[in-house]
Design a protein around this ligand. Structure first.
Ligand SMILES: Nc1ncnc2c1ncn2[C@@H]1O[C@H](COP(=O)(O)OP(=O)(O)OP(=O)(O)O)[C@@H](O)[C@H]1O
Ligand SMILES: [Mg+2]
Length: 275
């Protein structure tokens, strides 16, 4: 392994060891996936015939304007939302063909999810929240790995606290550690650095990269931040429920350039906050 030990280091540059298994099998894919929310006047086409594949051992970022369908895509791929038509797959398994019980087991054993709104259990401590998915699955937590995650996320002094006693950024870090605790085959993260300062964000991103490099996990992360996206092997751009472009081995400047091009060409804004 050539992975640097420091978790606070920046992203590796294109051409480096990030060149993840280009011919690896798909860890997750959408095939002609359409998702319609609501009906009648409230009908919204959130995704329209999206086909995209994420390889095993790939760190991918999904970007796009607010409302472009990023969270919906992540939730359909993770089996948290049903597909209106088309398919969502984890490995070779078509989620649309599974029973509720099969889907629950597949999610429990193979999928980690970091929600945009954290979804921590308010009555449980940080430590209990982190271990909950493993406890529910009847698995024994790997203490050494949990310690590594907790230390990397800077949560060592907060393990006995409840979510309401934490800042937004700390809650976000607990959500990340919880998703990574069971070493799932694939981790979906919806804006995992959205509430973090740049130093904490760098640590979480380095941790996600380390999971990809050292454990061969697949990470699919939604972000609005060009710097966060530059940690990924590939950026997939969504607009209006469709994939409009992708960028391999992205640098922050390249991502920014692409976002500005979309703004100019499509009359949309990628900015969720001040530029
Ligand atoms: N449960 C729902 N019911 C109805 N419409 C929904 C629902 N969830 C999402 N939508 C709509 O689907 C579209 C895509 O939403 P989604 O949350 O996937 O966007 P997003 O790209 O993640 O946006 P953001 O960057 O603001 O998080 C939006 O127009 C949204 O209003
Ligand atoms: Mg979203």
């Amino acid at each position: 392994m050539t992975e640097p030990q420091s978790l606070a280091g920046g992203p590796s540059r294109p051409g480096g060891p990030r060149a993840a298994a280009n011919h690896a099998p798909a860890a997750a894919s959408a095939v002609d996936l359409t998702k319609v929310h609501g009906s009648g006047d409230a009908r919204v086409v959130a995704l329209e015939r999206v086909s995209v594949s994420f390889r095993e051992g790939e760190f991918a970022a999904i970007m796009g304007p607010s409302g472009s369908g990023k969270s919906t895509l992540l939730q359909c791929l993770a089996g948290l939302e049903s597909c209106t038509s088309g398919a969502a797959r984890i490995g070779d398994t078509d989620l649309t063909r599974l029973s509720d019980g099969q889907l629950t087991r597949l999610r429990r054993d193979h999928v980690g999810f970091v929600f945009q709104a954290f979804h921590l259990i308010p009555t449980l401590t940080v430590s209990e929240n982190i271990a909950l998915p493993l406890t529910l699955a009847g698995r024994t937590p790997d203490r050494q790995w949990l310690d590594t995650l907790v230390e990397a996320a800077g949560l060592g002094a907060r393990l006995g606290h409840r979510p309401a006693q934490l800042s937004g950024g700390q809650q976000q870090r607990v959500a990340c550690v919880r998703a990574l605790a069971g070493r799932p085959r694939i981790v979906f993260a919806d804006e995992p650095t959205g509430n973090l300062d740049s130093r904490s964000a760098a640590e979480i991103l380095a941790l996600l990269r380390r999971c990809v490099r050292e454990l061969g996990q697949t990470v699919v992360m939604v972000t609005h931040d060009p710097v966060a996206a530059s940690y990924a092997d590939r950026v997939v751009f969504l607009a209006d429920g469709r994939i409009v472009d992708e960028l391999l081995g992205p640098t922050p400047d390249q991502v920014l350039g692409r976002m500005r091009t979309f703004d100019a060409n499509l009359g949309i804004s990628y900015w969720s906050g001040p530029a």
